[in-house]
Structures are given as C-alpha cells and as structure tokens.
Design a protein around this ligand. Structure first.
Ligand code: SF4
Ligand code: SF4
Length: 311
C-alpha cells in the first residue's frame, strides 16, 4: 500500500517498483463508513461521517494505476456521482513516476499504456539518472511546480535522456496480449464451457485478484447494529466469491468457471460495451499476487479462434 512520507528519506526511490495495493484504495477504501444512525422515540436519526476534504498528494503513481483511476472515474463520476469517492478524488494531486524496472507480469503496453508516460496525472516524472525530468500535465501540476524550489529548465540533453529512459522501459515490457480482435474472440467463446472449466480449474476463488485490481470496484453494503444505534458501511466485494450473486431463489454463478469467465468478460467485453474502454491496464497484479499463479494473459491468449459447433 502507499505509505505516508515524512518528507526527508528518499531512499525508497532506489528500490520502489509498484505497490501491491493500488492507489484506488486511497479513494475507495476497503471499508468505509457511509453514515451512522440512532433510533430514538421520534424515529431514526442519521449522521454523515465528517466530510473528507483533506488533500492528498500521491507521489510515484505508475501510468497503469493512473489510467485505472481514469477508468474508475467512468463508474464513480460519470455513470453516477459517488460522493465518498469524489470527495477524495477531487482533492488529490497525482505525481506520476515512470517505471524503470517493470515486472515480468506487466503487460501495460498491450493496453496502449507506456510504463513511463502518462496524461492521467498532474505531473509526470522520469528518472534521468541524477535528476528527474518533470512534465506538467494539468493546471494543478503547473501550480504546484510554480510554488516549488530547486526546479530548473530542462536542457536538450535532459530531454534526450528522458526519451531514452522511456523507450528503454517500454521495451522491457515483454509480456503481450493481442487486443485488436479480442471482442471477436470473446463473444463466440462465452458459452464455451469446456474452455472456461479448463481455464478456471486452479482458481481458489479467494478474490485477491479483484481486491488488488486497480479497476475493480464492486462493493457490498452492510449495517453494524448494537442495540438502537449503528453504522452503515461499505466494503470491497468480489465476483470471485460464490455467494456474490446469491439471491433468495437462485445463484446464477455457483460454478467457478462462470465466475472466472465473468471477471474476464467484465474487463474485456462488458466495460468496453458500456464505456468504450477495456477495464484492464495490464498492471499484472492479478498475476503477481494470485496464490496459484492464475494468469489472465494466458486465458486471453489461448482463447480458441473457432468454437466447436454444438451437436
Ligand atoms: S487470485 Fe487467483 S486463485 Fe484467487 S480468485 Fe483470483 S484467480 Fe482465483
Ligand atoms: S485485470 Fe489484472 S492486469 Fe488487468 S488491471 Fe486488473 S489486476 Fe491489473
């Protein structure tokens, strides 16, 4: 998870790669109070939590995770306005830091993202050896730089070193998926039960992949009640869990293969249908952190081109 910075020690810059928990947790926490309530003679009294107007500066966010926030905005800002998410999101400054050492599980370049370039942040930093080259992306970023000390104009040599660093990072992302004809491949395979059963076999339904995915946003709402008062809170939920779709009369995703298929289709078929973008940024967390090494790139790359006709 992102850690609070004391303002002095910069040694983390030598070893920092990417966080296990993405920055989404700073805007959409794993558990969050929505309101508290109390019942008295006149009925229920509702109290909202103190408004979250504190400013956050997130330093070192990677381009994949910054893009993921832009994708989350489509749900929490455009489709409907989520006050809990927006109060934090609107008060944040994002300072991006390009990857120098992408993980072998990263495949961001297949999703049109460069590991060292981003327009989804306010300022973008590139490590050019003994200095950082800073690009001002937004007005917020410009204002921040105007107030900073020790910033010098970049020289042509600095620009050239930054270009080289960006190209080098890009070329280090070796894992690839083919996204061009992904819809054409996914649609006919929706009912290919044999394929999805094989693909899903080793999944444990633990939900880690969805909790750590920077674009997953499912949550559950519960009440915690003690006598006549309590709290309503929301917490992360996961389509990997067997009871996620449980309803009084039915559960349409009891079988594991249906849940694994849902995760893949949500990202690569349904989100593009609703919002015009793939809801995966190739950050690779779901591969790195999965206890059984379930690999979404293998599932996508091995989709059968032709599905056998049913008898
Ligand atoms: S992290 Fe791995 S085992 Fe757990 S639900 Fe995701 S794919 Fe399945
Ligand atoms: S599906 Fe996996 S690779 Fe894609 S954004 Fe989510 S965690 Fe990252």
């Amino acid at each position: 998870m992102l850690a609070k910075w004391g303002g002095k020690d910069t040694s983390f810059l030598d070893w920092y790669r990417n966080t296990i928990t993405p920055a989404k947790a700073n805007f959409f926490p794993p558990m969050e109070e929505m309101f508290s309530f109390r019942k008295d003679r006149e009925g229920y009294r509702i109290e909202l939590p103190p408004s979250d107007e504190g400013k956050q500066l997130i330093f070192g966010i990677r381009p994949c995770d910054a893009r993921a926030l832009a994708i989350l905005d489509m749900t929490f800002k455009d489709a409907y306005e989520d006050p809990y998410y927006l109060s934090k999101r609107n008060n944040a400054v994002l300072i991006g830091l390009g990857c120098i050492k992408p993980y072998d599980s990263c495949f961001c370049t297949s999703l049109g993202i460069s590991p060292a370039e981003s327009t989804d942040v306010d300022l973008m930093l590139t490590d050019i050896g003994d200095q950082f080259l800073i690009e001002e992306i937004t007005q917020k970023g410009k204002e921040l730089i105007a107030r900073a000390s020790g910033v010098e104009d970049a020289t042509e040599a600095d620009e050239a070193r930054a270009k080289e660093a960006k190209e080098s990072s890009y070329n280090k992302v070796a894992r690839k998926i083919e996204t061009e004809d992904i819809k054409e491949k996914l649609l006919p395979n929706f009912d290919n039960q044999d394929y999805w059963e094989r693909v899903a076999a080793k999944c444990l339904s633990c939900g880690i992949c969805t909790f750590l995915c920077p674009t997953c946003f499912c949550f559950d709402i519960s009440d915690e009640l003690v006598k006549n008062q309590g709290e309503r809170f929301r917490c992360w939920d996961s389509c990997a869990f067997p009871i996620y779709t449980k309803m009084p009369m039915e559960n349409p995703r009891v079988e594991k293969w249906r849940r694994v298929r849902q995760r893949v289709y949500h990202k690569y078929q349904f989100y593009p249908m609703n919002f015009g973008v793939i809801a995966c940024t190739g950050c690779g967390r779901c591969i790195r952190q999965c206890p059984v090494n379930w690999d979404i790139t293998q599932a996508l790359n091995s989709l059968p081109a032709k599905v056998k006709a049913e008898n």
